[in-house]
Design a protein around this ligand. Structure first.
Ligand SMILES: [Zn+2]
Length: 600
């Protein structure tokens, strides 16, 4: 059998078996999806043969063996009624990964436990009065990239090239089995000697390839092994970039386009699989039970789907497809993909850049750079024609908009399709909605969803005023106002790895408008603070709505997936100072305990 056919058949058989081993049915289009992508992108499914090792390496601490049916006794179970939250002191019964009952009756529970064989009950957990919340969902993050960052050498904040070398040595010693060592975050401007480094000090550390990316992604320092594998030598030429040399020797520095000469620049499927599992481990520790990934290409979506079908990746992901002509053609022709763990029915667009690097598109010039308006990533016409195709096909369009011009432009485009959006309940989203002119806010009352990141406000507060000036800052990061205009729908996210993954950071930033980790920081526009209840709803019910999953997740209700984030304290009442100290006691996904706090 040729290799491709073999891969297809192995996928088919495994998927077929899994289809029968779970209650979820898989449609024919799923197989077609896997096959098409496999043929189109020549995806190397070597990942399958590595999975056993990967699983061993990343075995999640404290994880139970598979326990699907369970009773959680004596919890304080959070319930939502509009914008208020109350608790039921009671017990949860889970069947087939979903909430079968919420009961106050101890007798009912005792009867179940007594006849556990008859009821097929596997697990009984006494929560001893702990607080059970709907599983947290991050409405905007980069899950795969977080994993890649976790598995890389962190060079952020280094004070010298020597310090970078020390960090590389330490990482290599701790991770002797890696095939490629990746690092990111060095910035020679932060060093005492502000010159570009060269690779001479990297040579003795390992005989494997090392590639270290500069903080802005515009330069890579590679060791000679990495250059050799990529067949880069003294005679290699490149346009739109530079291979830096010193006296006819390569220094290992590759600038701009020259970086693309590195054949190992992008992690392979095995590295990506390891990254996804590392990100999952951290996510469960933080109580995250779902992530909206803000933009991935199909080849990565397929890898994730494969890992989920093999039950290695258990975290539910709502994935936005990174837009391109090919991706639009592919997905709009083939239709959405939905299993119990993956949901693909939306596209991610970029309208402009970021405020920090003055890439956000502004209506008037930046206050700290003359005649500079930021950058338009996609033209109005491009966005308009893409929006039309997406609206006609009933997909969701999610666009990164930071500057007031970018927000206005996209809100205007979205409104051209408002009848269709309303009629077909398309829930188009503006990601970030950071600087929205008061005149433009009204569009969020027409069914367009603002998807925001409270920790961006507290991270940017010290310098955002320089970029925007005293007038525009008044309508930036206006989360409470956006929530009011949008009829109480405000999904909250972090944009990790740009910010910390910890959802408590989002919670704290949203309600106190300052960083959880800097007690001395003043508050930023406290009038835009959310209540604790609004923030909790923004981390659970609102992301569920923004992903069309409000009947599946986001609340603790009969028939929904048993996804819970459990704390020993009441996060709605505990003192402000103790929020940063809160530890997730347990995380449950689809009725399975995926993380339990270990006191040790
Ligand atoms: Zn993002």
């Amino acid at each position: 059998m040729n290799k491709r056919i073999k891969i297809f058949f192995s996928l088919f058989i495994v998927s077929f078996l899994e289809c029968y081993s779970t209650t979820h049915s898989i449609h024919f289009s799923d197989f077609k999806f896997l096959r098409d992508l496999d043929q189109k992108n020549e995806i190397n499914i070597t990942v399958d043969s590595h999975l056993n090792n990967v699983g061993k390496q990343f075995q999640i601490n404290n994880i139970h063996p598979k326990k699907i049916d369970a009773v959680l006794m004596n919890g304080k179970i959070a319930q939502y009624e509009n914008d208020s939250v109350y608790y039921i002191n009671g017990h949860l019964i889970i069947k087939n990964g979903k909430i079968k009952a919420i009961t106050k009756s101890k007798i009912k529970i005792e009867k179940l436990i007594k006849h556990r064989k008859k009821f097929g009950l596997i697990d009984v957990m006494d929560l001893k009065g702990a607080y059970v919340y709907p599983g947290f969902i991050d409405a905007h993050a980069h899950f795969l990239h977080q994993g890649i960052a976790l598995n890389s050498i962190n060079l952020l904040g280094t004070k010298s090239w020597e310090e970078c070398i020390e960090r590389v040595k330490h990482f290599v010693k701790k991770n002797p089995n890696k095939k490629v060592y990746r690092g990111q975050g060095w910035d020679q401007n932060d060093w005492e000697l502000t010159e570009f480094p060269n690779n001479s000090n990297l040579e003795s550390i390992t005989d494997k390839p090392i590639i270290l990316s500069r903080i802005d992604g515009h330069a890579i320092l590679a060791n000679s092994k990495a250059l050799k594998i990529s067949k880069i030598d003294i005679n290699t030429e490149i346009s739109g970039g530079e291979i830096i040399k010193n006296n006819e020797n390569l220094t290992g520095l590759l600038i701009d386009n020259a970086q693309s000469l590195l054949t190992i620049q992008e992690p392979n499927n095995q590295e990506k699989s390891e990254a996804l599992l590392a990100a999952q481990e951290k996510a469960f520790q933080f109580g995250l039970t779902g992530i909206h990934d803000a933009g991935l290409p199909s080849k990565d979506i397929m890898l994730i789907d494969t890992l989920q079908r093999r039950q290695k990746l258990k975290i539910p992901l709502y994935i936005m497809v990174s837009e391109s002509e090919d991706e639009l053609n592919y997905w709009l022709n083939n239709g959405p993909l939905k299993t119990k763990l993956i949901d693909v029915r939306s596209f991610k667009f970029y309208s402009d850049g970021a405020l920090g690097s003055r890439g956000a598109l502004m209506r008037k010039p930046y206050s700290d750079r003359e005649n500079h308006f930021g950058s338009e990533i996609r033209s109005f016409d491009y966005m308009l024609s893409a929006a039309e195709r997406i609206a006609n096909n009933g997909w969701q369009m999610n666009t990164h908009c930071i500057g007031d011009s970018a927000n206005r432009r996209m809100l205007n485009i979205y409104q051209l399709f408002i009848d269709k959006l309303k009629k077909n309940d398309l829930r188009w989203r503006i990601e970030h909605a950071q600087v929205v002119h008061p005149k433009d806010r009204i569009a969020f009352g027409l069914g367009i969803i603002p998807s925001v990141q409270p920790s961006h406000a507290t991270s940017d507060m010290n310098w955002a005023i320089n970029r925007l000036g005293p007038e525009r800052i008044l309508y930036a990061y206006s989360y409470l106002t956006l929530r009011e205009v949008s009829g109480g729908i405000l999904p909250l996210g972090t944009d990790f790895p740009v910010e910390s993954m910890n959802p408590l950071n989002t919670f704290y930033s949203a309600i106190y408008r300052k960083s959880m980790h800097d007690k001395s920081q003043p508050t930023f526009q406290i009038q835009q603070a959310l209540s604790r209840e609004q923030a909790l709803i923004g981390m659970t019910r609102d992301p569920a709505f923004a992903s069309f999953q409000e009947n599946e997740v986001g609340q603790i209700k009969i028939g929904m997936w048993a996804n819970f984030t459990i704390f020993t304290s009441d996060i709605l009442k505990c003192p402000q100072d103790s929020i940063s100290e809160l530890k997730v006691l347990q995380t449950w996904v689809h009725g399975e305990l995926v993380y339990m706090f270990n006191k040790k």
